[in-house]
Design a protein around this ligand. Sequence first.
Ligand SMILES: NC(=O)c1ccc[n+]([C@@H]2O[C@H](COP(=O)([O-])OP(=O)(O)OC[C@H]3O[C@@H](n4cnc5c(N)ncnc54)[C@H](OP(=O)(O)O)[C@@H]3O)[C@@H](O)[C@H]2O)c1
Length: 313
Amino acid sequence: MRSIVLEKSGGGENFKLVDIDKPLLTENEVLIETKAISINPVDAKIKYSEEGLSGLVSPERPITLGWDVAGKVVAVGNKVSKYVIGDLVFGMVNFPGHGKAYAEYVAADESQLASIPPGISFTDAAVTTLAALTALQALKNNVKAGDKVLIHAGSGGVGHFAIQIAKKMGAYVFATSSAKNREFVLSLGADQHIDYRTQAFEEILTDINFVFDTQGEQIATKSLQVMSAGGKLVSIAMIEIPKILQQQAKKLTLTVQAMLVNSNGDDMAWLASLLAEGSLKPHVSTVFKFTEMVEAHAAIESGRTVGKIALTM
Ligand SMILES: NC(=O)c1ccc[n+]([C@@H]2O[C@H](COP(=O)([O-])OP(=O)(O)OC[C@H]3O[C@@H](n4cnc5c(N)ncnc54)[C@H](OP(=O)(O)O)[C@@H]3O)[C@@H](O)[C@H]2O)c1
């Protein structure tokens, strides 16, 4: 099968299209014939770091990256009970860990997948994976109807799902992006848009119950100023919350937490149900060919993509 491997850490020049054996299945895995995949900032960042690759993914070199996949089940392990050959599935495979999604065939534990609802395209399914799971896992159990929620980078892969999920939960949503993405952010259901380039959100907002930080320490620190007592901030842009930020939050009776997304079939099933009822609409701004991995990585690295990008086989 064709796979795109990274020969060693570094830039896109280290990607190589190779012919390798199809993955062997363990008893709980299905073999997916890949129809579309998606990539995320983590794919782009991790490729530059030998330690990062070994720690988050695997010490294997050359290494097949990628976690987000949509496709058709073509083989099943002995103990697989949810899927049969021919089923259409999608999911984020083995995150954190080795997903090996940049390939024509991907082995995935059935517990990490969901069925693609009828009428949903492979590209829409492929993008409703890592980014959507991140948004869901950050918001669930933290946001309730009537909450005022601030989502930083509402036009990004994670943010555009987070706005829709927060609205589904009944929240009042403020979301940031630059001015060019204002209409997009509002079209997702955000109640108010803030242009982070010309407006200081910390001078405008008050009484926010939940902040979704996608940007890092500086934005997270400013965000504390706009929160109401008892509020919570979840950051996906910091591995650990710095002590100083924790202390500031404590003084204000706020909670701050760093989060790393995890593969989870129940969460995938919830996303699938939202796709089926039409209350979650992925926005795919560019579809690349599988062989355009270098270009796809360059797009993600720009930090300016709107919604998600996908690659098709
Ligand atoms: N911890 C985890 O589990 C986890 C999971 C997923 C993602 N992440 C991280 O979360 C971050 C966001 O991921 P993503 O997939 O949403 O990224 P993305 O799709 O690349 O985000 C791009 C968007 O960010 C907006 N943006 C850039 N700088 C901004 C700023 N200062 N304020 C507000 N918006 C800004 C851009 O809008 P404009 O062009 O309008 O500026 C663009 O539309 C990344 O750092 C990623 O690595 C972490």
